[in-house]
Design a protein. Structure first.
Length: 401
């Protein structure tokens, strides 16, 4: 019988047999879950023998939950993630019509998972649209609770839009076209600072070279611009002995320190194509992070090989997830790429402190792709590829451990 992971002042306390809840997911979810769970289990066994083992606990959300309970996101699922701290999930169907705008967003908001963590790293041999994808090794910290995720809107032509336009005109002198939908996006000091704090702590822990704040503060000075300013202030106040602002110090003063810098979002999207090696840890607002994480993933082979996690570093709660959709037309065909969920499992192992097992997953994936054993999405773009099924790919990875 397994035991719970708990949070202490020092960090996570992880038993040798942690209970970890999982959601299989919809569409291709069962295919990739079978592959990922087999790989994760084999890596743990390879690293620790019989001394450590994950006890998986299935919980439900999405289509499977709706078919079983009539609810897209049962209260028991939220409670399981809350109680056991760390979990993992496959892709979920977004309900059509009423209810949740997104089950993924709902889980993030209910558990206050304020960091969307997206590492982006190239594996040799993966087909890429850029010339030198090996220069990319970045980690995106995307704020997960504000900006468009907490955005409030009124519809064009509605009474609410009329009232808001009138209020803004009377009180602020803002002239907004009559046929406008109107949206408000909040960005707070509280959320910005905890996001930046997590990014810098990560950079310190993993000996990263820089943290870049990506923003649109040249236009939106009191939201995106404030995010940038609060980031610099926090870095100086809380990490002054470990960081140095790139624009305020000489080269000598930045030696052995993490460089804190910023970039305007549109220029940044150009520079990750032209100068990707210059970026390491990236801290950014919600909408910018959405674009950036997918743009970077495209450069290293697509979201099929891009892992993700949603984390609250203060409470310890974390959900690791496949970053792609459900791809229902491929469901049950055992053909899709399981790498996103496998690598999310690697992130999970790293997060709970089982680094040896995480390293085994990474090394095995590197070796398997180098041997050109790949699923159809990569095989069609690679010369001399050995196309394998989802389950066969997992088997090749396990053999390579």
């Amino acid at each position: 019988m397994g035991h719970k992971i708990t949070k202490t002042k020092e960090g996570l306390r992880v038993p040798s047999d942690p209970i970890i809840p999982f959601i299989i997911g919809d569409g291709t979810g069962p295919d990739i879950w079978r592959a990922a769970s087999a790989v994760i289990g084999a890596a743990v066994k390879k690293a620790y023998g019989k001394t450590r083992e994950i006890e998986w606990k299935e919980i439900f959300a999405g289509e499977k939950a709706y078919n079983k309970t009539g609810e897209w996101l049962p209260a028991e699922t939220e409670e399981a993630f809350r109680q056991y701290l760390v979990g993992i999930k496959g892709p979920l169907t977004t309900p059509v019509g009423g209810g949740y705008r997104s089950l993924n967003v709902a889980l993030r908001q209910k558990l206050n998972l304020y960091v969307c963590l997206r590492p982006v790293k190239y594996y040799e041999g993966v087909p890429s649209p850029v010339k030198k994808p090996q220069l990319i090794d970045a980690v995106v910290f995307r704020e997960n609770t504000e900006d468009v995720y907490a955005g409030l809107e009124v519809e064009e032509g509605s009474n609410e839009a009329l009232k808001l336009r009138h209020f803004l005109s009377e009180n602020f002198g803002w002239d907004i076209r009559k046929d406008s939908g109107i949206g408000i996006k909040p960005i707070s000091r509280t959320a910005s600072e905890r996001l930046v704090r997590a990014a810098i702590q990560y950079a310190v822990k993993y000996n990263r070279k820089s943290v870049t704040f990506v923003h649109k503060g040249n236009i939106q000075k009191f939201t995106e611009g404030a995010f940038r300013q609060w980031g610099y202030e926090l870095a100086s106040r809380e990490f002054g002995d470990k960081t140095a602002a790139a624009d305020k110090t000489s080269n000598k003063e930045t030696e052995n320190k993490i460089i804190i810098k910023d970039a305007i979002a549109d220029i940044f999207l150009q520079q990750i194509l032209t100068r990707p090696a210059e970026f390491d840890v990236i801290a950014t607002t919600n909408l910018n992070g959405d674009y950036i994480s997918d743009a970077l993933a495209a450069q290293i082979g697509g979201i099929g090989i891009a892992p993700g996690a949603n984390i609250n570093y203060e409470t310890g709660h974390a959900i690791f997830e496949a970053t792609h959709g459900t791809a229902p037309k491929y469901a049950g065909k055992n053909v899709v790429n399981p790498c996103s969920l496998i690598l999310s499992g690697e992130m999970m192992l790293e997060y709970i402190g089982w680094k040896e097992a995480a390293d085994i997953v990474d090394e095995s994936l590197t070796r398997t792709i180098a041997q050109r054993h790949v699923t159809y999405d990569f095989a069609r773009l690679m010369e001399n590829a050995n196309q394998v099924s989802t389950s066969e790919f997992a088997g090749k990875m396990i053999n390579n451990m």
